[in-house]
Design a protein around this ligand. Structure first.
Ligand code: TXA
Ligand code: MG
Length: 312
C-alpha cells in the first residue's frame, strides 16, 4: 500500500473518515489513528502494528463534548482529572459506552480517553468528526515514535497516511489513570506526574501497586520501548563503556562512545530517549548506557521507560 505523506490535517482526516489508518503527531508521541466506531478500521491498527489483540487502545478527542460518546459515566475523580489536565498528556480510564467496539478496548468494558493539547493533533481530530482510537505509531515492542520519520521507518507501506508534524515535545507517552477502581490508580507514569495528580486526588495510588496485577493494565505485561541494543542503567560515577557502545544522560561520562547524547535537563532527556534508541539501532550499537535520574516528577516516567527497556 502507498502511504500518503501530508502536512494537511484536513487531507489526513478525509483519509481516516474513509476507513483509513492515519499516523498523527501529539505532544507526547505520534499516534496511529482510526475511527473508533469503525470496527474494521480498528482491527487494521492491530495488524499494521503487529499489536497483540489483548492490548486496548486509547480514544482521542478534541473537545470535552465528545466524552459522552465514549464514557458511560464520568466519576467525580475522573471529572477532577478532566478539569485539571484536559487537554494534555493524561489518559483517564472510564466505563465505556455500548457504541465503542470491543476490539478497540481489547474486550474490556472500560476505555482510555485522552484529549491532546497539540495544535495539529487538535485540528486533525476536529476534522475527523469522530473520536479516534490510537496507540503509539510504532511496530509493537519498538520505541514509540517521536518524529514522523520514525513512524515511516516502522509503518511506511502498512498504513494509509502520515500527518507530518514536528518532533514531539514531551517524548514519553501519556500518564494513564484508572478511574473505575474504588481508589483511582496510575497505570502508567507520564509527564503529568504523580505529585501533580495527588494535588487533585490525594488518595491516588502509584503504579508499583498495580504492577503486581498486570491484568489491570494489559499494556504493562507486553514488551515495550526496547531497542535491539542491550540497555544498561548506570550512574555517572561508575566505570562503563566498551566496543560499539553509546551513552545518553545528563553527566559527561569518562569513556569514549560511538554515540553520545548529553542532555541539559531530565525533560530534555525524556524528549530524546526514544529517538536516541532508534538512532542506536540504525548505527548497530551493541550496548546503550543510560544514566539513571531521580525518581520524581517526569524523572519517574523516564526511569519507568528505561527500566523496561533494560529488562530483556
Ligand atoms: O501519549 C499517549 O498515550 C500515546 C498518544 C498517541 O496518545 N498513545 C499511546 O498508546 O501511548 P499505547 O497504545 O501505546 O498505550 C496505551 C496504554 C497501554 O499501556 C494500554 O494497556 C493502556 O494504555 N490502556 C488503554 N486502554 C486501557 C483500558 N481500558 N484499561 C487499562 N489500560 C488501558
Ligand atoms: Mg505504545
Amino acid at each position: 500500500m502507498d502511504t500518503i505523506l501530508t502536512r494537511s490535517a484536513a487531507e489526513a482526516a478525509q483519509i481516516l473518515k474513509r476507513g483509513g489508518l492515519v499516523a498523527f503527531p501529539t505532544e507526547t508521541v505520534y499516534g496511529l489513528g482510526a475511527d473508533i466506531f469503525d470496527e474494521k478500521a480498528v482491527s487494521k491498527i492491530f495488524s499494521a502494528k503487529r499489536r497483540p489483540a489483548d492490548n486496548p487502545l486509547i480514544a482521542h478527542i478534541f473537545d470535552r463534548s465528545q466524552l459522552p460518546l465514549l464514557a458511560k459515566e464520568i466519576s467525580r475523580d475522573a471529572g477532577r482529572l478532566v478539569e485539571a489536565f484536559f487537554p494534555g498528556p493524561l489518559t483517564i480510564v472510564c466505563r465505556k459506552t455500548e457504541r465503542v467496539p470491543m476490539n478497540a478496548t481489547a474486550g474490556l468494558e472500560t476505555i482510555g480517553i485522552r484529549m491532546p493539547s497539540h495544535d495539529l493533533a487538535r485540528e486533525f481530530l476536529k476534522n475527523c468528526e469522530t473520536p479516534v482510537a490510537a496507540p503509539s505509531a510504532n511496530l509493537s515492542g519498538r520505541p514509540s515514535p517521536t518524529t514522523w520519520r520514525a513512524v515511516a521507518e516502522d509503518l511506511q507501506g502498512r498504513i494509509d497516511c502520515i500527518l507530518q508534524g514536528d518532533a514531539t515535545e514531551i517524548g514519553l507517552e501519556s500518564t494513564v489513570v484508572d478511574c473505575t477502581s474504588t481508589v483511582p490508580t496510575i497505570l502508567r507514569l507520564g509527564s503529568v506526574t504523580f505529585e501533580q495528580i495527588r494535588e487533585v486526588i490525594p488518595e491516588i495510588e502509584v503504579v508499583s501497586e498495580v504492577l503486581k496485577d498486570p491484568a489491570k493494565s494489559p499494556g504493562l505485561k507486553h514488551k515495550h520501548y526496547a531497542p535491539s541494543a542491550a540497555v544498561k542503567l548506570v550512574s555517572a560515577n561508575e566505570n562503563f563503556g566498551g566496543e560499539n557502545a553509546a551513552f545518553i544522560g545528563i553527566t559527561e561520562p569518562a569513556g569514549t562512545f560511538v554515540l553520545k547524547r548529553i542532555c541539559d535537563t531530565t525533560q530534555d532527556y525524556s524528549r530524546e530517549i526514544f529517538e536516541f534508541f532508534r538512532e542506536c539501532d540504525r548505527q548497530k550499537i551493541k550496548t546503550i548506557y543510560c544514566e539513571t535520574v531521580e525518581n520524581t516528577g517526569i524523572g519517574a516516567a523516564l526511569m519507568d521507560r528505561l527500566t523496561r527497556a533494560a529488562k530483556r
